[in-house]
Structure formats: C-alpha cells, structure tokens
Design a protein around this ligand. Structure first.
Ligand code: HDE
Length: 681
C-alpha cells in the first residue's frame, strides 16, 4: 500500500480511502468481527439481577470507551484541520531542488491544522492568542511540514525558554485559571522579565490575535530556513502564506461575546466554507536572501524575534494552496496528525536559529506521549504518499508487516537493503555549513536589540490599529493584580513608544514615563492588515425581516448580495417563512435568540410595516452591536426608522436608501470595507 507512487493532487485522498470505514447498511459486530445481537441490555442473571463478567460485548464496549481519550497537545491543543492542494506557479529551481517546487502547474496534496496556542482542547475559538498554521505537504520525496504561526516572530530567542513561556501563559497552577488567556500575572511577569518578547507583544496586542475567521489569517514559517539548489548553493528563506481574501479581525468586545455565543465560531466557519464551496486560499510567498548577504542587515537573520521587512526583501509569490475537503473524522485526522519542523525534503534545510534548533527536538518527543509510541508515522493521516523503508521495528501499534530476516544495516543476507540513497538518487544530504566555535551558553550580541522592530511595527500601524493595541495592553495589564508587573511592562513599552506607554500607564494606574521612546522612524506598510485586500466575498449578512416586508425590493437586495458572493441569512422573530407585502416569502434561518449580531459580518434591516415594540427593541440591539463593532449596516423601507431611532444615520458604513439599485451599490461597498473605523462609537 505504501509503495504507491502518485504525484497527482489526490494521492493522499486515495491512500486515506483504504482506511475509511463506512458503518451504514452494516450489521454491528465486536472488534473480532462477531455479529452482535443485543446492544442495549447487558447480560444479567434474571431481569433484575447482576451483570455477568462473561458479557464480552459489554466488556469490550466499555473498555474501549474507558480508553478513548489521548493527552491533548501541550500547546496548540485546540485545532481544526482540512485537506487541500498546493499548486506551484513559479519554479524555484534556481534556489532549491525540492521536487514539489520545480514544475509550474504541479500539485501536491496538503493537510492544514489551525490552532490556538494556550487554551485547552475545549476552549473557545477567539481568545487573544497566536494562531498555529501547520501545513503538511505530501510530496513524492516525503512529507514536508511547514509548522508556522499567523505572526512572523516569536516570544523568545532560544528553545530552552519555551517550557517557561508556556508555564507562564497557561492557567496559573495554584488556581487553575484563567483558561485560554494571557491577561494574568504570570504571563506578564514572564514578559517583563524576558524583554526579547517586546516585538511579539506588539503582534499579540494587535488585531492579528483575534481573527474574524481562519480563512483570513496570514501564515509565517517564522524561522529562517535554507533553500539548497542542485549545485549545492544555499539561500536563506522565509515562508509566508497570504490569504486571497485579505487579513481581517474581530474587535475585542465582539471576540469575547462570540466566545460565549458560539465557541466554535472559527472552526464552524472553516467547515461550512469548505462544505459550501467557498474554498479558502492562500498564496505561498518566499523571501530569499543569498548566503553572502547574511550580515547585511541591521538585525541577525537567525533571530526569530525579527522580520525581514517586505519593502527591503520582497516576498515573491510562488504558488497557491486551496483547502477543498473537510476531514471525515476529526479524531483520526485533525487530532492524530503529527507535525514536525524537522520533516523536510531534499533542497530544504535548517539554519542555526536557536529556536528552530530547539523545536527540532521537541516535536517527535511530544508525539511519543501524545500518540502512544514510535509508530505514529503509520497512522493514515501521517503516512507519506511515497514509500518508507528502514530498519526500525516493533513498538506499540505497529501496522507494517516487515518481511525477511534482516532489520539491520549493513547486511549481506538482504543484499544490504534497505540501502541508503546517494544524493543523485534523492538521498537527503545535510547542508555542509562550516561552523566553528567554543561550547558556550550565551546570547549573541547581534540578538540583543529587542525594541527597534517593535517600534517598526508600531510605526506601521494605521490609527485604528494603534488604538486597538493601546486598548489591548490596557485590558491585559488591567487584569494583572501585581502593580510592579504592570509598571515593569509599561517601562518596557517606553522603549517602543513614549505616547503609547504614557496612555497605557494612565489606564492601568501606574507611573507614566516622562522620557523614552524609539529612534526608529521607519515603517513597513506590509505590516498593516488594513493594507491587505477587502472583498465582500463569503461575508455573512444578517437580513432582518418582519411580516409584510417590501417583497420585491428586498428580494432584489438579497439576490444582489448573493451575486456578490456574500451569504445573506434571514433573521426574524421565529424560524420559518416570512411573508412579504406581495405574498412572496423568504425563509428565516435564525431568530433574535440564535442570530446574535456578533455572528454576522454585516446587517441589512428591512423590517416590516407592523413591527411591534419587542421586534424594534431586538433590532435596535442588533444595530447597536453592529455599530459598536464598526460593521456595515444597511436599511431600506421600514428598516430605516430603526436606524433613525438609534441615531446612527449618516455615520460611516451606514447605508440607507429606498432606491434598490443605489442602495445595493453603496451597501456592497460598505460590506467590502469590512469595518468602518472612522465611526464615532
Ligand atoms: Fe511549537 N510545538 N514549539 N511552535 N507548534 C507544538 O508539537 C515547540 C513554535 C507550532 O497543529 C508541539 O505536536 C517548542 C514556533 C504549531 O499539531 C510541541 C518551541 C512556532 C503547532 C511544540 C515551539 C510553533 C505547534 C505540541 C520553541 C511557529 C501545532 C504538539 C523552541 C513557527 C501543530 C505538537 C499542530 C506544536 C514545541 C515554538 C508552531 C510541544 C519547543 C516558533 C503550529 O512539540
């Protein structure tokens, strides 16, 4: 089975097909294949007597149930995955010999798992947190895992500090809370004492940490990797995933409410989008720097707390990933998938980034406990689509039946097979980097500037993004009980921007700095998510209707919204048909109870001629929430009265008009903008 070689986009799907089990139209059996005749009553002595040990079906069913949980990931426990494909636009042959990066138009299957970092498996989808963005490319030369995040830098510079960082952010050990939150003393204590985190803190306090959905986040490999071409020449490379729909976020008040109203908000969105054919897409970009230029920058290219500004090192777009298939079984696929930044293919290699080096140890190690032994590569989701042969044997859950009597190298009995492959035969040869030095435990001088790029990030933000960062710092530190920690963090921010530090100090009741700030005046427009694309596509528009709504014109608006690839959802007092003035009808799919405004991207209020007070109050609440979260609001006909009653008329992103065509044009424009920051909330 594993010897099948196939480079079309479905080779992984074909492989998985051999493991799928469909229980429909089947008799129930035990795990031994014995047909079961009774599954509701255990075997007893008489109708009211004790259960007998010999009831093997009861014992098997219960034992399996008792053992069906595995440890959740120590980080990134809450995740959601999907299958797809990666298609290459442009050959990377000059830089790398990686097979899947040679032929424009070639495709490889991929599996992606998105995740939050700090929360447990059952935590809500939108805490303020980093998002994991891990991609497994099933290539003909073996699996390549790009295990990245939605932020391009990291908290720490050396892998040895990772357990400390995670201990600090997880629920505090003496209380067991807060869950999935960084707004507490131990996390900020860690930050204040590890100032290399300053740049990452800016990203974490930015809107990137509270994404609207997983289809609109960027992805980054974070570390500097190495491309090696057929001549053996090496280039440094950074990987980027750029969503074709742009990068978009929630606002904090909204995120907190969504976490209560629908804790599965992001995963449900991903699942439904794929189910409905709104396939999420990302373009893969690379920043490539020749080895000779290693020391040409004012930062160290090996430092994972630094970006390579896109204006200095342009991102070259080389391909596109499309997620087009949901998993069949979340446990078998999303939970059991095992990523590892050390899963590389010829032409892709590591650098001495000390964080990357630390990761190279951790990932296999963690799978051993999580997946219960060394054979997790045999799980269907983890199997490469090309063959694997070596002398590793046995262990829990071994599937492969290795034939023959040798399991060692070198041997004569099996003609020395499996035999290592030469470089020409596709064997992986580590890049022969020349390294010299003493064994020391220290940080390089070139890693010691913690604030310049934090300031670069700050300078690059639009005004609303700056406000959000200030509010995020104020919220997070506002939850910290220890005043000294609050002060220390404000002092740390002073190195980034004096005004920001002063305003946060005031909000969190500590002494404001009088001097400080950064000399960095440079900005990088690519860092602002406001500069990514804004489209109406796939956005969910709540359409509020009451009986007697203006049938024809509302129907035209709804059709117009669909034409622009948005998803209108009718909301009314009850589910079912809402009748229009001309006897047409539209089906309400949500009520005021189930269709909370935080769950929609935009609102269109059409109302009706006989709206009662309860209806009006419900709609006023919706308009108020949409307004507060800067989301587009439109109204026609009777709906306009409600907008007037809550005083939002004329504000940015609020569209009112009785002429259907002009309403539609302006409303779609407002929807495409996503958020209207110049609104006076
Ligand atoms: Fe991870 N990380 N990490 N990490 N990481 C894990 O591996 C670790 C780091 C990332 O959806 C664990 O299989 C160390 C950076 C993602 O299954 C564990 C260090 C980046 C995922 C682990 C880092 C990441 C993980 C837990 C510092 C972005 C989820 C479960 C040296 C480039 C993958 C597992 C999935 C998961 C260790 C830092 C991304 C414990 C030691 C930097 C997306 O091995």
């Amino acid at each position: 089975m594993s010897d099948k070689r196939n480079n079309n986009g479905n080779s992984k799907d074909e492989q998985l097909e051999q493991f799928r089990s469909d229980e429909r139209d089947k008799h129930m059996t035990t795990n031994q294949g014995l047909k079961v005749s009774e599954d509701e009553f255990s075997l007893k002595v008489g109708e009211r007597g004790p259960t007998l040990m010999e009831d093997f079906h009861f014992r098997e069913k219960m034992t399996h149930f008792d053992h069906e949980r595995i440890p959740e990931r120590v980080v990134h426990a809450r995740g959601y995955g999907a299958h797809g494909e990666f298609e290459l636009y442009k050959s990377m042959e000059p830089y790398t010999k990686a097979g899947f990066l040679q032929e424009p138009g070639s495709k490889v299957p991929v599996f992606v798992r998105f995740s939050t970092v700090a929360g447990s498996k059952g935590s809500p989808d939108i805490p303020r947190d980093v998002r994991g963005f891990a991609t497994k490319f099933y290539t003909e030369e073996g699996n390549f895992d790009l295990v990245g995040n939605n932020m391009p830098v990291f908290f720490i510079q050396d892998g040895i500090k990772f357990p400390d960082l995670i201990h600090a952010v997880k629920p505090e050990p003496d209380t067991g809370y807060p869950q999935a939150a960084s707004a507490h003393d131990t996390f900020w204590d860690f930050i204040a004492n590890n100032q290399e985190s300053a740049h990452m803190m800016m990203w974490l306090m930015s809107d990137r940490a509270i994404p609207r959905n997983l289809r609109m986040i960027e992805g980054f490999g974070v570390h500097t990797f190495r491309f090696v071409n057929a001549e053996g020449k090496s280039h440094f490379v950074k990987f980027h995933w750029k969503p074709t729909l742009g990068v978009h976020s929630t606002v904090w008040d909204e995120a907190q409410k969504i976490n209560g109203k629908n804790p599965d908000f992001n995963r449900q969105d991903l699942h439904e989008s794929i189910k409905n054919g709104d396939y999420p897409e990302w373009e893969l970009g690379v920043q490539v720097v020749p080895e000779e230029d290693e020391f040409k920058f004012d930062f160290d290219v090996l430092d994972p707390t630094k970006i390579w500004p896109e204006e200095d090192v342009p991102v070259e777009i080389i391909g596109k990933m499309t997620l087009n298939r949901n998993v069949d079984n979340v446990f078998a696929e999303t939970e059991q998938v095992a990523f590892h930044p050390g899963h590389v293919v010829p032409g892709i290699d590591f650098t001495n980034d000390p964080l990357l080096q630390g990761r190279l140890f951790s990932y296999t190690d963690t799978q051993l406990i999580r997946l219960g032994g060394p054979n997790f590569h045999e799980l269907p989701i983890n199997r490469s689509v090309c063959p694997f042969h070596n002398n590793q044997r046995d262990g829990y859950g071994r599937q492969t039946i290795n034939v023959g009597n040798t399991s060692y190298h070198k041997n004569s009995l099996s003609d020395n097979h499996p035999r290592p492959a030469s470089e020409e035969e596709g064997g992986y040869v580590h890049y022969q980097e020349k390294v010299e030095g003493r064994k020391i435990q220290a940080r390089s001088e070139s890693f010691k500037d913690h604030f310049s790029q934090a300031a670069l990030f700050w300078n690059s933000m639009s005004e609303p993004e700056k406000v959000h960062i200030k509010e995020a710092f104020s919220f997070e530190l506002g939850m910290v009980h220890d005043k000294d920690i609050r002060q220390q963090v404000v002092d740390m921010i002073t190195n980034i921007d004096l005004k920001l530090a002063k305003e946060v100090a005031e909000n969190v009741g500590v002494t404001a700095p009088v001097e400080g700030g950064s000399n960095v005046k440079k900005s990088s427009p690519a860092l602002s998510q406001e500069n990514t694309s804004h489209k109406p596509d796939t956005l969910k528009v709540g359409v509020v209707l009451d009986q007697g709504f203006e049938g024809k014109s509302v129907q035209q608006v709804v059709d117009g919204l669909k034409e622009q690839n948005t998803h209108p959802v009718v909301i009314s007092t009850t589910l079912g048909k809402v009748k229009g003035s001309d006897n047409s009808d539209l089906e309400a799919e949500a009520t005021f109870d189930t269709g909370d405004p935080v769950l929609f991207d935009a609102l269109y209020v059409a109302g009706g001629p006989d709206m009662d007070n309860a209806f009006k109050r419900n709609v006023s609440y919706m308009v108020h929430e949409m307004f507060k979260h800067y989301k587009p609001i439109g109204a026609t006909g009777d709906g306009q009265k409600i907008l007037e009653s809550v005083n939002v008329t004329g504000e940015a992103g609020v569209v009112q008009n009785d002429i259907t065509d002009s309403f539609l044009t302006s409303f779609i424009e407002a929807v495409a903008a996503h958020r209207h920051w110049d609104r006076q909330v």
